[in-house]
Design a protein around this ligand. Sequence first.
Ligand SMILES: NC(=O)c1ccc[n+]([C@@H]2O[C@H](COP(=O)([O-])OP(=O)(O)OC[C@H]3O[C@@H](n4cnc5c(N)ncnc54)[C@H](OP(=O)(O)O)[C@@H]3O)[C@@H](O)[C@H]2O)c1
Length: 252
Amino acid sequence: MRVRGAVALVTGASSGIGWATALRLAELGARLILTGRDTERLAMLATMTGGTPLATDLSEPGAVTRLARAALDAAGRVDLLVNNAGEGHAGRFTAMSSEQVARLVAVNLSAPIELTRVLLPGMVSRGTGHVAFVTSIAGRTGVAGEAVYSAAKAGVDAFAESLRFELAGSGVRVGVLVPGVVRTAFFDRRGAAYQRQRPRPLPAARVADALVRSIVTERDESFTPSWLRLPVAIRAVAPATYRRLAGRFGGS
Ligand SMILES: NC(=O)c1ccc[n+]([C@@H]2O[C@H](COP(=O)([O-])OP(=O)(O)OC[C@H]3O[C@@H](n4cnc5c(N)ncnc54)[C@H](OP(=O)(O)O)[C@@H]3O)[C@@H](O)[C@H]2O)c1
């Protein structure tokens, strides 16, 4: 899509991949609506990009719908929705409370669906627009200790794929970016540092570049790093082999 002059709503803009994506979109001439919870960081980013900050906690009932309406009130339309905000959780499923499960599903799955529900009709009526989703390799392969997070991300993938079929010929594109491990606050926040040597975490700016490139070139799906396609492909064609390898090399 043409980013220059487009109104872009970026969720999770106050940190990590979302922050770097907002900076890149601003460089390319987008008009930004920036959301997250950290009002100070959003204000700083708004100053740097000329964007409009709209602080929202996506886990609060009704907040996502209000955010979408506030974005439309502020800018008149949204041409590009970047569903990036997300929260992780590390720990055995059997130790999770129902509140923790509900929160992960609300932020990672329900919020992007609801934002899309409110903002997509305008794009369809204008015959142009783009909805981008940041999912995770965890949602493609499954990861021990991240069952609900992985399920929520897999749900986003299925939602995006279905929506893409539904929107064929409408002029509105749907893109998914599947990152591997990225150097952001994500791991500290979920309460468990990333401890493996490999794969090495990528800088957030590199992932943001891949995301923005995928939006500009209207790609349906991108993996960052691109070799992540390989385990996903092996799992698809030879699931038993994949599980054996994942168990042996610590992927699960
Ligand atoms: N880092 C990785 O290795 C990795 C790998 C695969 C996929 N991802 C995905 O990449 C996306 C971005 O994550 P990141 O790595 O950039 O992590 P991050 O630095 O922790 O940023 C997460 C962003 O999401 C926002 N957010 C989280 N919970 C929220 C809530 N309840 N309401 C509103 N905003 C909320 C945060 O806002 P505040 O800071 O204002 O609270 C922050 O802006 C996420 O969807 C994540 O699942 C990350």
